[in-house]
Design a protein around this ligand. Structure first.
Ligand code: GLC
Length: 426
């Protein structure tokens, strides 16, 4: 090799090394991901982000939000409307897609090889006018948690109807209190004035045969006798089988009381299953889950469909890396980890047949059918007005449960408000 040739080679090697280094440097982004959390969500997320960083070189800062989806939505809507470039990836609730779609990147192309692995209905729920707004992280459908030991002790079966549930709750509560368990309550659920109450109340109303608030075709159906009866029934529980404080309970409040062994029944999402069986739980090994009870004869159990997704902000200046992050957290590997650690329901069908998941979190294979039959909230028919519709609904329900007007009166007023919101169309 002549001198000049070797010099050229050296330069070429140096250049390509430089380019490669440059490429790596440009690729290693500092991303920010905003997420609310309940239970162990945050610890699980941080553990997964560590793996993501090892794999890709990207680092991720988590911006932690309050647990309430309602609070998160309010903040995100403000940030997104202002074109905030500080957040790259948002953890989004299943109901938000139609309202926030315009602010997110279309992930259709990025997800073209993996979208088919997820349940089609979930992908569809995140698709707005042909745009894939977010990638599914986990799905959600609630359970009726019950204390096996207490039901056995009093010779009771897991209840099939809400009335049976209330009667069993009352009997066990009374007898256990007499025997010295002064703190025990029959049933805990989520009745704070927020999105979680919309989920609970939709379940009561639907299982009483009272419809889905606003039907898939946009009809406002909530002002009916069965719906009113459902709410009046639940009102009788407050202060009798449920503490008065339930009117301020969110998921974690209910779980807190349940996990210290102070409730016979609890309505909650599957994340409470893994936590309830944790070493620090007073109910470890003492509980099981069943589907939520039925309201009226001939009706079926209704579970509200929930779930969380990952969306990339249009305003992110690091979209490529942000998409990698969303793809990773939605991947089979990440979903399996989440299922094993936090009993979160995968959105990837194959994982329901995974023997490790089946063994460690038996609620997951059992809940496949429950979430597939779950009732969606009316976010698709009410489009950009969903949050307002839901907020009017939970207010009417909260008023009823607080004794401020009965079901019939409050649902009549609600229907009039919804009609105004609807205008000439949703
Ligand atoms: C759960 C559900 C979510 C729902 C929320 C209500 O997090 O996954 O969809 O909006 O509960 O509190």
């Amino acid at each position: 090799m002549t001198r000049s040739r070797s010099l050229i080679r050296l330069v070429a090697v140096a250049l390509s090394a430089g380019v490669a280094l440059g490429a790596v440097a440009a690729r290693a982004e500092e991303l920010s991901l905003v997420s609310g959390a309940v239970g162990n969500d945050l610890a699980e997320l941080e553990a997964q982000l560590k793996i993501f960083t090892e794999k890709t070189g990207h680092t991720v800062k988590v911006v932690n939000m309050p647990a309430s989806t309602t609070d998160q939505f309010g903040q995100y809507r403000l940030w997104l409307s202002a074109g905030n470039a500080d957040i790259d990836v948002y953890r989004t609730d299943v109901i938000w897609a139609p309202q926030l779609a315009e602010h997110f990147v279309d992930l259709t192309e990025a997800a073209k090889d993996v979208a088919k692995d997820h349940f089609p209905a979930i992908i569809e729920s995140q698709t707005v006018n042909g745009k894939l707004v977010a990638l599914p992280m986990f799905t959600d459908a609630p359970a009726l948690y019950y204390r096996k030991d207490l039901l056995e002790k009093y010779g009771k079966q897991p209840p099939k109807t809400w009335d049976e549930m209330a009667a069993t709750a009352k009997e066990i509560q009374d007898k256990e209190r007499e025997a010295g368990s002064a703190q025990l309550w029959g049933f805990v659920f989520q009745a704070n004035a927020y999105e979680g109450l919309t989920c609970n109340a939709l379940e009561w109303i639907k299982s009483f045969g009272g419809g889905q608030i606003v039907e898939a075709d946009g009809t406002i159906s909530v002002n009916n006798e069965k719906a009113a009866k459902a709410l009046d029934t639940v009102k009788t529980w407050v202060g009798s089988i449920a503490p008065e404080g339930v009117l301020a309970y969110q998921e974690e409040d209910a779980r807190g009381l349940w996990q210290t062994g102070n409730a016979v029944f609890m309505r909650n999402w599957p994340y409470a299953y893994a936590l309830g069986n944790g070493d620090d739980s007073a109910v470890k090994g003492k509980f099981d889950v069943t589907t939520l009870p039925v309201g009226a004869e001939g009706e079926s159990s209704a579970a509200t469909l929930g779930g969380w997704n990952l969306a990339v902000a249009k305003y992110s200046t690091k979209q490529e890396a942000a998409i990698e992050l969303a793809l990773y957290l939605a991947s089979a590997e990440a979903q399996k980890y989440r299922a094993l650690q936090n009993s979160r329901l995968p959105t990837i069908e194959a994982l329901y047949d995974d023997p490790e998941i089946q063994e460690k979190q038996p609620i997951i294979p059992r809940w496949k059918e429950v979430f597939q039959n779950a009732v969606p909230r009316p976010s698709a028919p009410t489009k950009t007005k969903y949050n307002e519709v839901s907020s009017e609904f939970w207010t009417a329900v909260h008023n009823t449960l607080s004794g401020d007007g009965d079901g019939a009166t409050n649902l009549k007023k609600l229907a009039a408000r919804l009609k105004r919101l609807q205008g000439s169309s949703w």
